[in-house]
Design a protein around this ligand. Structure first.
Ligand code: SIN
Length: 292
């Protein structure tokens, strides 16, 4: 491993012990994700529990809470601790405007999020994070895991010279792209978002830099020729997908809730359970404009 990469990993693996009084926080890997226990999300949290969860969220970026028997209202109440709820972009008629049903079964032709991405990055203010509560796991109890990748580390594992080059670039994110990829056109009522964000942004709470491009939404880098932009994005996506050091994997059980920081992780829902059913509800929290 290169010296700059060793330093980046060492910074995370030699963190001081975390000061939790009410929670038990067990890292999934030393570099991303944690299982959190000792908390019942169906109850209102105490200020100390809230403080500890927010600390764990900024430290580990992906938090898994097991055995959470929560109603949609309790799910929303927990989500709203992190900010305003982010409305679903195309809610089904009569559905709750803040709850996205995540469902795949025998009739599915595709599933949401089956590829590395961050949510809604074509929006001017992509979501802060999402909270997915899975209620039905595939029959047999395995399959349907979700992978997460740490975009801070994705940036920090690049060489300093390459990072400096990326620091000066922006990228266009186009909400029409996922529709085109699926061979569909967006419905007329959908006001398709298209926004330019820096390729390298700072996390709004920690100031730490991270890589902010993703396959489904990033169309091109306007400072480069078409060929250069395509090659650079392909290199970055390969780096994200082919570097296991960046990843953690969550294996769902019924009533697991996972909260992830959409500002600094990408995720990938694995569809390895066809024709079985997986079902849950996702609520997102509103974010802010990404800044360099
Ligand atoms: C998504 O939010 O992209 C879906 C995640 C999942 O189903 O695990």
């Amino acid at each position: 491993m290169e010296e700059y990469a060793r330093e980046a990993v060492e910074r995370l693996t030699t963190r001081p012990a975390e000061p939790y009084e009410t929670l038990s926080v067990s890292p999934i890997t030393p570099l991303l994700g944690a299982e959190v226990s000792g908390i019942d999300l169906s109850r209102e949290l105490t200020p100390q529990q809230e403080k500890e969860i927010k600390h764990a969220f900024l430290t580990h970026h992906v938090l898994a809470f097991r055995d959470q028997d929560i109603t949609p209202e309790e799910h929303k109440r927990f989500a709203s601790l992190f900010g305003d709820l982010h409305p679903v972009s195309l809610p089904a008629e009569g559905s709750d405007p803040y709850i996205l049903e995540i469902r795949a079964d025998r009739d599915s032709r595709m599933v949401a999020g089956n590829g590395w991405h961050a949510d809604g990055t074509a929006d001017p203010e992509p979501s802060l994070g999402s909270l997915l509560h899975i209620t039905t796991v595939p029959e047999g109890g395995s399959g349907g895991d979700t992978l997460f990748a740490n975009m801070h580390l994705a940036y920090e594992l690049l060489s300093p010279a390459f990072r400096s080059f990326l620091d000066g670039l922006t990228a266009v994110h186009d909400g029409a792209m996922p529709w085109k990829t699926a061979g569909q056109t967006p419905p007329p009522e959908y006001d398709v978002p298209r926004n330019e964000h820096p390729v390298v942004v700072r996390h709004p709470d920690t100031g730490r830099r991270l890589l902010f491009v993703n396959g489904p939404y990033t169309s091109h880098i306007p400072q480069l020729s078409g060929q250069e932009s395509e090659a650079l994005l392909a290199l970055l996506y390969r780096h994200i997908a082919a570097t296991p050091l960046l990843h953690c994997r969550v294996r769902w059980q019924p009533k697991t809730l996972v909260l992830w920081d959409n500002r600094c992780v990408q995720h990938h829902a694995i569809w390895d359970y066809f024709p079985h059913t997986r079902h849950g509800r996702r609520i997102a929290v509103s974010g802010t404009r990404p800044r360099a």
